[in-house]
Ligand binder design. Structure first.
Ligand SMILES: [Zn+2]
Length: 205
């Protein structure tokens, strides 16, 4: 089957605990250090097999083949991709079965990143994720004072809207945020604004 590696933890003797997001599951797997093993890393898309064993509760990860991205040697893209995909691990912690939305979202994103700027592509995917999870606040009420936001808007973690005057943080024109939230368009954002959004995403999904 195929999946995305969302977390790797080193354990004894160079063995690894590898968490993988597939179309339907989050798998926690065990990878023995061996002579014949392909290079694996967070963010990689892999084809793999799982071997279950009576002695261990964690299935063994085997027959791993890395499925490359066209941009895998573009350091900037790979870096952004890895930072983003790592956030799925705490976000989906303690979840075993998932909807194929997540796998498909990452598939589409990896494809879009061939041509698009990675941070812009990731921001748009993140909006889709929030929308899917019912966490995209298109009523534009301030998280802090609960009043409607009519003009300048700021965003806090998970892109929650707040009044710029309630947080004293960077403000955006409401029109621009509406474009992003409702039309999933980021074209009118300056690079420096996209950077700002990117940093909010890094606080956690
Ligand atoms: Zn407010």
């Amino acid at each position: 089957m195929q999946g995305y590696i969302i977390d790797i933890k080193a354990v004894k003797d160079d063995d690894l605990i590898v968490s993988i997001l597939t179309e339907s599951h989050i798998y926690t797997t065990y990878r023995f250090y061996g002579a014949r093993h392909s290079n694996i890393n967070v963010g990689y898309k892999i084809d793999f097999e799982l071997e279950t064993n009576m002695k261990s509760s964690i299935p063994r990860l085997k027959d791993v083949i890395q499925l490359g991205f066209q941009w895998i040697f573009d350091n900037d893209k790979l870096y952004c991709w890895q930072r983003f995909i790592k956030l799925f691990y705490p976000h989906l912690k303690d979840v075993e079965t998932i909807d194929d939305f997540y796998f498909k979202l990452l598939d589409k994103l990896s494809h879009k990143m061939i041509k698009q700027n990675p941070k812009r592509a990731i921001c748009k995917s993140y909006i889709k994720l929030l929308d899917y999870e019912g966490r995209l606040h298109t009523d534009y009420h301030c998280l802090l004072c609960e009043q409607e936001i009519k003009k300048d808007i700021s965003l806090v973690r998970s892109f929650m809207p707040v009044h710029a005057s309630c947080t004293y943080s960077k403000s955006f024109k409401l029109k621009k945020i509406k474009e992003l939230y409702e039309e999933k368009r980021i074209i009118s954002f300056e690079d420096e604004e996209v950077d700002y959004l990117w940093k909010i995403i890094l606080q956690g999904l």
